[in-house]
Design a protein around this ligand. Structure first.
Ligand code: MN
Length: 130
């Protein structure tokens, strides 16, 4: 069973995303802070990571940078979950090292299709789509 890490401090969103992932057959581990997310990303080496941007300690962008800098996790897909509605967010998210992003609210019926399309696109892109 493939393990997925969800970094999300909002309990309702975490439950929704966990439900969608488990329904698909993924094992879910989670963190409610950026620091804990970085620790789990390094120690558990998940198949991919869903990363909330607004977190209580370091934000999802900083957490992503730290995971990327940890070396062994340089190529793991990290998908940002953002509620930002500002122009230019996509650039910020990709510059931090995220593979792609989704905007809240999360739809548990469609999020897995979106995730898999993104993972496939990333895997087949010669440059890794970073
Ligand atoms: Mn949040």
């Amino acid at each position: 069973m493939k393990k997925v890490l969800v970094v999300e401090d909002n309990g309702d969103n975490l439950r929704l995303i966990t439900y969608a992932l488990r329904r698909y057959g993924y094992e879910v581990i989670s963190a409610e802070t950026g620091i804990k997310g970085v620790e789990l990303a390094i120690s558990e080496r998940p198949f991919f990571i869903l990363m909330d941007i607004n977190l209580p300690d370091i934000d999802g962008l900083e957490a992503t940078r730290r995971i990327r800098q940890s070396g062994s996790n340089g190529s793991i897909p990290i998908i940002a979950i953002t509620s930002y509605a500002m122009a230019g967010d996509m650039d910020l998210v990709l510059a931090a090292g995220c593979t792609g992003y989704f905007e809240k609210p999360i739809d548990p019926l469609t999020i897995l299709d979106k995730i898999h399309a993104l993972l496939e696109k990333n895997a087949t892109s010669p440059a890794g789509n970073k």
